[in-house]
Design a binder for this molecule. Structure first.
Ligand SMILES: [Zn+2]
Ligand SMILES: [Zn+2]
Length: 253
């Protein structure tokens, strides 16, 4: 049974209620499969053995094939009035709500054991354990690689060139981060211990901030003129918008 959890739940841990199907002995017929106070007869097809024998003659001798009786499905009994609650099977499907503890740091592929919630044990033994296969959902903000988290953070060209203090998201809320002067596109900043908790081992992975320096694609007249002025100062050739230098001089006066 697969069980989906969000990245938050995997980070903080949680307790979730899960509805599990469970087969139980039918109360109406006490597991016999027959309506109360009706007769249960011996299966006439197999004589109550639940098996059918087929003889097969071959040149090498006579072989006996034993198969399960199809009339009674191996029970050896014939029920004329099947129980109205279970339809003759003797068991009913009940849903049961159980609490499942999701430990901090679970990842996709982890199996969570829910003690005593498996199917009925063989030959009347105690019920087995149920295993839930964890699937951690994709998160729109963070990308997870093992215990580490990765986050893309867009900054503007002036912030990258001059340095800035920005806010970044972590799993525990936003945090101030120093962008140093001259930060390049693709620069990675490591926030130690801000990744996922390590399941069953203690400690945490890291959070890596991948800096993306955005180039503006829409410029106001003034922005265009300022960037043209910068290009002129850096002595690089650019496509000129025309006439803006004049305006810039007016603005700067
Ligand atoms: Zn029944
Ligand atoms: Zn039979």
């Amino acid at each position: 049974m697969t069980f989906s959890v969000s990245l938050e739940e995997a980070y903080f841990g949680s307790t979730r209620k899960v509805t599990l199907p469970r087969w139980q002995k039918c109360k109406r017929c006490d597991g016999s499969g027959a309506e109360p106070a009706t007769e249960i007869r011996t299966c006439p097809a197999c004589g109550g053995t639940g098996q059918r024998q087929h003889q097969q003659r071959t040149p090498f001798g006579t072989f006996v094939n034993v198969t399960t009786c199809t009339d009674c499905k191996g029970t050896g009994k014939r029920i004329d009035s099947p129980c109205k609650d279970c339809g003759g099977s003797g068991r009913v499907r009940k849903h049961r709500e159980v609490e499942v503890k999701i430990p901090r740091g679970v990842d996709t592929g982890v199996r969570l054991r829910v003690a005593g919630e498996g199917g009925p044990g063989a030959s009347g033994g105690p019920p087995g354990d149920l295993y839930l296969l964890i699937k951690v959902e994709e998160d729109p903000r963070f990308e997870r690689h093992g215990d580490d988290l990765h986050l893309r953070k867009h900054i503007t060209f002036p912030q990258a060139a001059l340095g800035s203090e920005i806010e970044v998201e972590t799993m525990e809320g936003s945090e101030k981060l120093e962008i140093s002067q001259g930060t390049q596109n693709g620069h990675v900043i490591k926030l130690k211990g801000k990744g996922m908790p390590r399941l069953g081992r203690g400690g945490s992975g890291n959070l890596y901030i991948h800096v993306v320096v955005d180039v503006p694609n829409k410029l106001s007249e003034k922005e265009r003129a300022l960037i043209e002025a910068l290009a002129e100062e850096m002595d690089v050739s650019v496509k000129s918008g025309g006439g803006f230098m004049e305006k810039l001089r007016q603005w700067l006066d």
